[in-house]
Ligand binder design. Structure first.
Ligand SMILES: Cc1cc2nc3c(=O)[nH]c(=O)nc-3n(C[C@H](O)[C@H](O)[C@H](O)COP(=O)(O)OP(=O)(O)OC[C@H]3O[C@@H](n4cnc5c(N)ncnc54)[C@H](O)[C@@H]3O)c2cc1C
Length: 368
């Protein structure tokens, strides 16, 4: 008899779990996804973790493995360049010493991360030559293995791939009962394994089981602009100092973002003040941008833990319920590898994730 698996949440974690489980014909997989506020489809899309200043070695190991996994998934499922493109990333710095430190870090990290590809230190003029949109370029470090991904297209591609095999999708919100039973619009459903890939919503979902997840929501907004000019497909992504990145996608789409708003809960309202601020950040890089070029303001909810690290795996007292959350601002990078590791666990019942995270119980406590 087929083993019945339910995945709750169709963001990057849920979609990747579904994709990897679709290779196993002994499994029947059902997904329930609400979709509202999903971080994945509202994300900026930068995959370039290697020059991060974060000191958490487990996070770095996970992010490095996630970035390395993308080209494999992209090739295996034949994704196009409008979904994922290794266009390279440029990290700029105003200070020459800071830039040199960054360059040395890149050279050092490449030894254990060959997927970083070519590393070059570029003058401001060379940065502008690679990214002609810029009117105020700074010197930077170019990493050819850096990439951009359209989170919405990536997950939809994987989900459609899985649907051709063993996945059935349902739209809508579900709840859990006290014992972890799945409660859907059509009543209680029984599954052998539940995968809770619900991002920032893990805390409310687990509460009926009297478990408190260490997860808080963070609002993120970005703007998308449609520019009159076109550019080559391999135009790199720009990561200046600060939080505002500059991501040219194919077909003249430019993304500027994103915000990190900690005091807004699950709010999904577009804020015109924030839109103004994002636009001003874009104009600092390209003085020719105009307001009427803004086509969309996107809003999503990220999930953060106390130590900013993601966690994933079976609940300590209920190994048939798996959780994943806390992916924060780098979840497009870590999401696919987390999805793969969870799918491996569903199929084998074994795991050793100590290189990637602290034990799951670190992020869970009893509500009593
Ligand atoms: C503005 C912004 C920019 C970002 N930029 C980047 C970037 O450049 N690079 C990067 O690596 N990361 C980036 N991120 C982070 C990344 O998007 C997230 O960390 C990642 O997408 C989280 O994936 P997830 O699958 O855990 O959660 P989500 O994508 O949020 O998916 C969770 C899904 O579960 C559903 N759900 C929740 N509760 C229920 C329920 N009870 N029943 C049914 N469905 C439910 C939700 O509706 C949602 O669809 C960005 C995020 C934002 C918001």
């Amino acid at each position: 008899m087929q083993k019945q698996i339910a995945i709750i949440g169709g963001g990057i974690v849920g979609a990747t779990v579904a994709y990897y489980l679709s290779a196993d014909p002994t499994l029947s997989v059902t997904m329930y996804d609400d979709g509202i506020g999903q971080a994945t489809k509202n994300a900026a899309g930068i995959i370039s973790p290697w020059l991060s200043k974060r000191r958490n070695q487990r996070w770095y190991a996970l992010a490095k493995a996630g970035a390395a996994l993308y080209p494999e998934i992209v090739a295996d499922t034949q994704m196009g360049m409008s979904v994922y493109q290794q266009s390279g990333t440029i990290v700029t710095r105003a200070d020459a010493d800071d830039l040199e430190t960054l360059y040395q870090l890149a050279i050092e990290r490449r030894q254990a991360a060959p997927q970083m590809g070519t590393i070059e230190k570029l003058s401001a003029a060379e940065v502008q030559a690679r990214l002609p949109l810029l009117t105020a370029p700074q010197a930077g470090v170019f990493v050819s293995g850096g990439a951009r991904v359209d989170g919405a297209k990536f997950t939809e591609h994987l989900l459609q791939y899985a649907e051709k095999r063993n996945l059935v999708r349902h739209k809508g919100k579900v709840k859990l009962g006290e014992q972890g039973q799945l409660l859907t619009a059509n009543g209680q459903m029984n599954y052998d394994t539940l995968v809770l890939a619900v991002g920032a919503w893990l805390k409310p979902l687990l509460l009926p089981m009297k478990l408190v997840a260490d997860v808080r929501p963070q609002k993120g907004q970005l703007i998308e602009l449609q520019l009159p000019q076109t550019w080559p497909d391999d135009v790199p992504v720009l990561m200046p100092e600060g939080e505002r990145d500059f991501i040219p996608f194919t077909r003249s789409k430019l993304v500027v973002g994103a915000t990190h708003e900690n005091d807004q809960g699950y709010d999904l309202q577009v804020s015109s003040l924030v839109e103004d601020d994002l636009f001003a950040s874009g104009r600092q890089l390209d003085a020719n941008l105009t307001r009427d070029q803004i086509t969309t303001v996107k809003v999503g909810t990220r999930a953060y833990t106390r130590d900013f690290a993601p966690f994933f795996g079976p609940l300590p007292d209920n190994p048939h319920v798996l959780v994943a959350s806390g992916l924060g601002s780098s979840g497009l990078t870590t999401g696919p590898i987390i999805g793969k590791l969870l799918a491996d666990y569903v199929r084998t019942g074994r795991h050793d994730w100590s290189a990637y995270q602290l034990p799951v119980e670190t992020y869970l406590r009893s509500a009593d």
